[in-house]
Design a protein around this ligand. Structure first.
Ligand SMILES: Cc1cc2nc3c(=O)[nH]c(=O)nc-3n(C[C@H](O)[C@H](O)[C@H](O)COP(=O)(O)OP(=O)(O)OC[C@H]3O[C@@H](n4cnc5c(N)ncnc54)[C@H](O)[C@@H]3O)c2cc1C
Length: 376
């Protein structure tokens, strides 16, 4: 395994970093506080080619693979988890892996350029971690499916042009691409979340919404495979977002510690602070290595569920600890809303839950080691 990123990846990451610092960082507080999607800037970000990091060039992407997507999420993650809009990348992934050629041609270039915004709708008011209790159903009617149900906690649902919706049909879990404006689809409520606020969150409803069967991703009843492939990929984006958030918090804390004088010493001279920074740096480096190994495996082999879950779980634990410790290092300066620490703290906790909780990640890891739990 090569521990260095190639020149294409380095240039791409550097370009993304410059764009994010110049165009996104100055406005993130506004969108975070008001819980609004920064559409204009995000479309510009897409038009510069960033959203197609992992997509092959033939579909309008950059062809930089899973690690390209991870490095992009790492840079966006410096602003917090609300900056990522993972529905776009999840929708790209599932169409590329399971969609027909017609779906690829129709949607993927727009998902790369920023002209099509996308969301993922799986969770429901009574269902998050397990599909068993999913109530959203889709009944076949000729060349259509009729979709009914309520979805909860859905990022960017009102802003998206395309929503990938998980529902149960007679043949089992199935994924549908629902285009904006279809009769029977409505936004029920905008929510007021703690984190990911610049990726606004909604409850939505499907009331006999007719979706053409050409918009099924993969085969009817194969939704679990689509879910596994998509989330194995996007959990690496989550891990990278955690890494970006941890880096931002740690770098700010280190800069503060090196400058702040307390009596005859600087904060960075205190052994307690030095060891804390040494611990956090070590864990961050381990999170990056684990993420890189998982990203490499995702690209080269099919079975990556355990590694991808480890990457999200470990980077999440590291990021929560890092953001909390960074706030401790900067003292009172971390307790005000005109620094990014508060946003990072809210986002790091919310991202622990979104995309699969730490307990679910550990269940996947344990099952890969021990098999499913059962009677002796
Ligand atoms: C900020 C945010 C954004 C989100 N965005 C989206 C989105 O865009 N689209 C979407 O579909 N969903 C989204 N979600 C929903 C998210 O995927 C779910 O919240 C998550 O899967 C957990 O489900 P739950 O909240 O229903 O918790 P539950 O499943 O009810 O779990 C409650 C608690 O029980 C634990 N638990 C559950 N099952 C087990 C088990 N088998 N073993 C051990 N412990 C267990 C959990 O870890 C948790 O601690 C978002 C959530 C948040 C917080």
């Amino acid at each position: 395994m090569d521990f260095k990123y190639g020149p294409d990846l380095i240039v791409f990451q550097e370009r993304a970093r410059c764009f994010i610092r110049k165009h996104m960082e100055p406005e993130i507080d506004y969108y975070d506080q008001k819980s609004l999607f920064p559409r204009d800037t995000f479309q510009k970000f897409g038009s510069e080619g960033f959203l197609g990091a992992a997509v092959p060039k033939q579909y309008g992407g950059q062809g930089l693979g899973t690690i390209g997507y991870c490095l992009l999420c790492e840079e966006l993650g410096r602003l917090g988890a609300g900056a990522i809009h993972n529905g776009i990348f999840q929708t790209q992934k599932m169409i590329l892996e399971y969609g027909t050629e017609a779906l690829k041609q129709r949607f993927v270039p727009g998902l790369c350029s920023g002209s099509i915004h996308a969301a993922t709708a799986i969770s429901e008011p009574d269902m998050g971690s397990s599909f068993a209790r999913m109530k959203t159903i889709a009944k076949r009617d000729g060349n259509f499916f009729i979709l009914s149900g309520v979805k909860a906690h859905i990022n960017d649902a009102a802003e998206a042009d395309l929503i990938n919706v998980f529902a149960k049909t007679d043949l089992g879990l199935t994924v549908f691409l629902v285009e904006k404006g279809l009769p029977g689809f409505k936004i029920k409520e905008k929510l007021d979340p703690m984190g990911l606020r610049s990726s606004p969150i909604y409850t939505l409803e499907f009331d006999d919404c007719r979706v053409p069967d050409t918009h099924v991703v993969g085969e009817e009843g194969r939704g679990l495979s689509v879910f596994v492939a998509t989330f194995n990929f996007s959990r690496l984006g989550n891990a990278s977002t955690f890494i970006g958030m941890a880096r931002e918090a740690l770098e700010r804390a280190i800069n503060f510690a090196k400058e702040r004088e307390v009596g005859p010493a600087r904060v960075s001279d205190f052994q307690g602070i030095r060891w804390m920074i040494a611990d956090l740096y070590t864990k961050l480096e381990a999170a990056v290595l684990l993420r890189d190994k998982a990203a490499h495996t995702e690209e080269t082999e099919r079975e990556v569920s355990a590694l991808s879950s480890m990457a999200k779980y470990y980077a999440g634990e590291t990021a929560v600890e890092t953001v909390m410790s960074a706030i401790r290092i900067v003292g009172s300066h971390g307790c005000y809303r005109d620094t990014p620490f508060e946003r990072l703290l809210r986002d790091v906790k919310a991202l622990e839950i979104a995309g699969g909780t730490p307990e679910i990640m550990k269940n996947i890891i344990a099952t890969s080691i021990l098999g499913k739990p059962g009677k002796a």
